[in-house]
Design a protein. Structure first.
Length: 286
């Protein structure tokens, strides 16, 4: 954006399926990041870290359109992309699958695949009915911690850095009664931890924590203070349907506690929270 403005541009237009709203509060313009009209293509999640300054200079010309309408316009303008298939990958790495891209950039390193049983002690001892709110928040958002001794080795892999939580394909382990899912990765020890079946308890948690320095409010005027909470809709990945949640601001950070269990909450990815059709804040999952 800085480069564009230095070149004399007034605005930057992007092809994201989202919209911008403007409110007048205290005689000052406040900008909203709104979901796209085409709910199946909404890309507001990707822009969850935008600031008010950035929003003020951004335009979303296709945010009010449905994808078929965009294709129709492109066809009328004889654009070569009019009938191009939707991309399911990362646009900035070109025509290559993400696993293939990573294998080109990161060296393989053989390690163990360890299966964790459903009877793992931390699953049994998880207490969500603690006496204080802080302890309840910590319990509901606590990450499971595994060691190789907690399970059994069922195979090998070419690098823990190639895998992510919730992944099912690419493990290369057969002979199981149900598919294996990645429930955690340890890149330092180069171990992949897996669980049997899509309902394995290691895949699910009710909540997560965003560290204090990772909290971002697209709408700073809606920021909640320490000790306050807010009912929101939230998602932890693109294309996930919005889920009911409550956010709690504490001295340790911002907790996002979902009404329903969430699958494969992954550190380093973004959680975004919404009020109605507006994305108001986000943060990096710790």
């Amino acid at each position: 954006m800085k480069i564009a403005l230095d070149l004399g541009a007034d605005y930057i237009a992007t092809g994201h399926y989202c919209r911008k709203g403007t409110l007048i509060k205290n005689n000052k313009e406040t900008y909203q990041l709104l979901v796209g009209k085409d709910s199946n293509k909404d890309q507001s999640y990707f822009l969850c870290q935008l600031s008010q300054e950035q929003l003020s200079k951004t335009l979303f010309p296709i945010g009010e359109l449905l994808k078929p309408e965009v294709r129709k316009i492109a066809k009328e303008q004889e654009l070569i992309t009019a009938e191009k298939r939707d991309s399911q990958g990362l646009c900035f790495i070109g025509k290559v699958r993400l696993p293939d891209f990573l294998q080109q950039k990161l060296k393989p390193k053989v390690g163990d695949i360890v299966e964790i049983p459903e009877t793992f002690s931390e699953y049994q001892n998880k207490n969500t009915n603690s006496s204080t709110l802080q302890l309840q928040l910590e319990s509901k958002s606590k990450k499971y911690s595994y060691t190789q001794q907690d399970g059994k080795v069922v195979g090998s892999h070419q690098g823990a850095h190639y895998f992510t939580k919730g992944q099912r394909k690419g493990l290369g382990v057969g002979g199981t009664t149900e598919p294996l899912f990645v429930i955690d990765t340890d890149v330092n020890e180069n171990i992949i931890y897996v669980g049997l079946g899509k309902n394995h308890p290691g895949l699910y948690r009710h909540g997560l924590l965003v560290q204090l320095d990772e909290i971002h409010w697209v709408r700073p005027d809606l920021k909640i203070n320490n000790g306050e909470s807010l009912a929101v809709m939230s998602r932890i990945r693109y294309r996930q349907k919005l889920e009911k949640a409550t956010i709690y601001q504490t001295g340790l950070g911002l907790y996002v506690i979902f009404e329903n269990l969430q699958s494969a909450i992954t550190e380093g990815q973004f959680v975004a929270w919404y009020l109605g059709d507006e994305l108001v804040g986000s943060g990096v999952i710790s």
